[in-house]
Design a protein around this ligand. Structure first.
Ligand code: PGA
Length: 254
């Protein structure tokens, strides 16, 4: 199965020209990839023009960083999964820690996840603990977060579900400060175990698990090789075509 590498641009860059420039700088590298699916998640406002650059590229998809839980109606400022789909988006990131910090709850994430999966979007649900503690309370936190964020999701919707494990303490740093591949592997197994408890082993194993948090050119290869994950969610290092291209090349080499 292809590795999934998702670029989460967050609220960057500030101009459309720059957004087009970053994507154009990545497109050539992406065209050569055989084992990697790349998803770029820009701010909504750039969707239309970036979709034109992506064109019919099979390895490159467009994704959103959020979605609302209704399809249409009086919800000022929101964007629906149907709109994302109609604008060429095929992926959506939900429950990112930066959105959770603004007040998004597990209940909201669960409602959004259900509607996005029903719309046919590949839905990436982000989970991850704020801190680690000696007593292992973070494991309980993670289990609850996963269970609650998926509490509206029945087994039949799992086909398009992806879980991104992003420990908050490891986000936005240098790649030397990210989580170690061995620890990532342990967490990937733990997440699969939680999913197995909810959905049964066979269905759980079909869900892709990604890692996110300070992924860069220095640690990509090792995480893909030894982290036991199906891909990566890349933040700040996806905003420079040069570093993102290096990341993609290291994935492809494994
Ligand atoms: P980072 O962000 O790669 O800048 O750590 C990852 C994320 O928040 O998705």
């Amino acid at each position: 199965m292809k590795k999934i590498i998702i670029a989460n641009w967050k609220m960057n860059p500030v101009s459309e020209k720059e957004a087009e420039w970053i994507l154009s700088g990545v497109k050539k590298t992406v065209a050569k990839l055989k084992k990697t699916q790349v998803v770029v998640c820009p701010p909504f406002i750039y969707f239309n023009n970036l979709q034109k650059i992506i064109g019919k590229s099979a390895n490159l998809s467009l994704g959103a960083q959020n979605s609302f839980w209704e399809i249409e109606g009086a919800f000022t400022g929101e964007v629906s999964p149907e709109m994302i789909k109609n604008y060429g988006g095929s992926y959506v990131i939900l429950g990112h820690s930066e959105r959770r910090a603004l007040g998004e709850t597990d209940e909201m994430v669960s409602k959004k996840t259900l509607v996005c999966l029903k719309t046919g979007l590949k839905t990436v649900v982000c989970v991850g603990e704020k801190v680690r503690d000696e007593q292992g309370d973070y494991l309980v936190f993670l289990k609850d977060e996963i269970r609650n964020s998926l509490n509206k999701i029945q087994k039949r919707f799992l086909r398009n579900l992806i879980i991104a494990y992003e420990p908050i303490w490891a986000i936005g740093k240098k790649d030397t400060e990210a989580m170690s591949p061995a620890d990532i592997h342990e967490m990937a197994i733990y997440i699969k175990k939680i999913l197995s408890e909810i959905y049964g082993q066979e269905s759980a194993l079909a869900v892709s698990i990604l890692y996110g948090g300070s992924v860069g050119r220095g640690n990509t290869g090792e995480i893909i090789k030894n982290g036991g994950v199906d891909g990566l969610l890349v933040g700040h290092q996806s905003l420079k075509s040069e570093s993102f291209n290096e990341i993609l090349k290291s994935v492809e080499k494994i």
